[in-house]
Design a protein around this ligand. Structure first.
Ligand SMILES: [Zn+2]
Ligand SMILES: [Zn+2]
Length: 238
């Protein structure tokens, strides 16, 4: 079995969203791997804290936002992964995956990924760092709905129903994004089938995608995981 360290970074998110989206995505991704007999699991290593000193200001369509530049995040994730590997010499792990609640931006130039749902991959000394922003996947009305639901003592059923619907849509979108990035993490390229590896040009397209890999991506992923496990284990039999 191979593990990917899993964490999230989010200082601006409601508790409900963390529970319903981050942890459900974590559970469902692991269930997906298990049910499909892929010997890969996410390992939750706790929430990641970034020092406020790294924060920069960014202009977004929703106004000024305080965000962390990607370079700082990758540094922290790399250090964290090294630490986790040291702490757990008994398991096979050379990758870390972070979900962020804020858009991903880079320091030089201030490249703005805001409108794009795009994961970041970086390899450092053989260790793979993957980052995916949840922000672009968030249904636009969700924030207002959550506010309405928490603002009143007895939110009406209609609002509760819409909150559940919004969280569930958010979760499915992020889960597809996570599977997409895991695919890249194991060398998969984009494909043109009904598949999470087919990167969409609109959110509607993304919503219409099957939650899973097409046959060809699935076989490639499975092979790549087996091969990676073999290499990580320095050739020991499973
Ligand atoms: Zn991609
Ligand atoms: Zn595919």
């Amino acid at each position: 079995m191979e593990f990917i360290a899993f964490t999230y970074v989010g200082n601006f998110m409601e508790r409900e969203v963390i529970d319903e989206v981050v942890f459900t995505v974590f559970d469902e991704a692991n269930r997906f791997f298990r049910e499909n007999d892929i010997s890969l699991r996410f390992l939750y290593i706790g929430k990641l804290k970034l020092e406020p000193g790294y924060l920069i200001s960014l202009n977004t369509p929703e106004g000024k936002m305080r965000v962390y530049p990607l370079e700082a995040l990758v540094d922290v994730l790399h250090a964290r992964l090294l630490h986790e590997i040291e702490e757990r010499p008994d398991i096979r792990m050379d990758k870390i995956f972070a979900l962020t609640t804020f858009p991903l931006v880079s320091r030089n130039p201030y490249f703005d990924f805001y409108e794009r749902f795009l994961g970041i991959h970086e390899t450092r000394l053989g260790l793979r760092i993957m980052v995916l922003s949840m922000k672009p996947f968030e249904p636009p009305e969700l924030g207002e709905l959550l506010k309405a639901a928490s603002g009143s003592e007895t939110p009406d059923e209609e609002i509760k129903r819409r909150v559940r619907g919004g969280l569930s849509l958010f979760k499915d979108r992020v889960l597809k994004g996570v599977l997409h990035e895991v695919g890249h993490g194991f060398g998969l390229e984009h494909c043109s089938n009904d598949c999470v590896m087919n990167s969409p040009s609109t959110m509607e397209e993304w919503d219409s995608r099957m939650l899973g890999y097409c046959d060809s991506c699935f076989i490639n992923l499975k092979r790549a995981v087996e091969w990676s496990e073999f290499n990580l284990g320095h050739g020991e039999p499973k």
